[in-house]
Design a protein. Structure first.
Length: 218
């Protein structure tokens, strides 16, 4: 049975334990916040050249690492959120990212490839960034959600054009993720998220560049 931590009140100690538990599950186990089947589940696997498989695995590894970072960011942000509604919406966003994490993970398994060895590093770094953003204000924190989702969407879009045409399974996963991320960004905007300064956006872009470049290979 699925359980969600989003509907109860917790003190700071509980929050930290929940986040550590979520981190361990996110990185090392199957997260319990996955509930929708993969959009690729009903599709047939295409015949792929070894070089294509390697490329697709690189892209899906990047997406998987992006989901690890998003979950960590939102978990960190939830701890420092002042408004209970914002805290719950951040938990809910992290909860929904569980599907994406699992879909990418399943696709990597099908391709006979591995997750990024650097995921624990990206989880820790993103968690600290999320916690830091939440200490500024809820509006800034939600602004981080908006910008994160926009940057993820840009990556997903570029992956769609880079995928071999016959790989409908990865395509279906990425298209559904794109739609979901768009909804997450809109929800954060409606909840009061502000536009971040350009230099913060630039820093996020630069960090994402390092993350995606390394995750493609390792
Ligand atoms: Fe996601
Ligand atoms: Fe998202």
């Amino acid at each position: 049975m699925l359980h969600s931590p989003i509907m109860r009140d917790y003190n700071l100690f509980d929050e930290i334990i929940i986040s550590l538990d979520q981190g361990m599950r996110t990185i090392f186990a199957t997260p319990d916040n996955a509930h929708r089947p993969s959009p690729a589940a009903a599709l047939d696997a295409a015949q792929l050249l070894p070089s294509d498989k390697k490329h697709i695995a690189g892209l899906m590894r990047v997406n998987h690492t992006g989901e690890i970072a998003a979950q960590a960011l939102y978990a960190g942000q939830a701890i420092g959120a002042r408004d209970e509604k914002v805290r719950q919406s951040l938990r809910h966003a992290a909860y929904e990212e569980g599907d994406h994490l699992n879909w990418c993970r399943e696709r990597l398994d099908e391709l006979g490839s591995h997750r990024s060895y650097l995921d624990p590093l990206w989880f820790s770094g993103s968690f600290m960034i999320g916690l830091g953003a939440s200490l500024v204000s809820d509006e800034v924190s939600l602004g981080f959600v908006i910008e994160t989702e926009r940057q993820v969407m840009a990556h997903l879009e570029s992956h769609l054009t880079s995928l071999p045409q016959q790989d409908k399974m990865s395509q279906a996963i990425i298209e559904q993720m794109f739609e979901d991320e768009s909804q997450h960004a809109t929800a954060a905007e409606l909840a009061g998220g502000v536009e971040l300064p350009d230099f913060i956006k630039g820093l996020m872009t630069a960090t994402a560049k390092v993350m995606t470049t390394t995750a493609y290979y390792v």
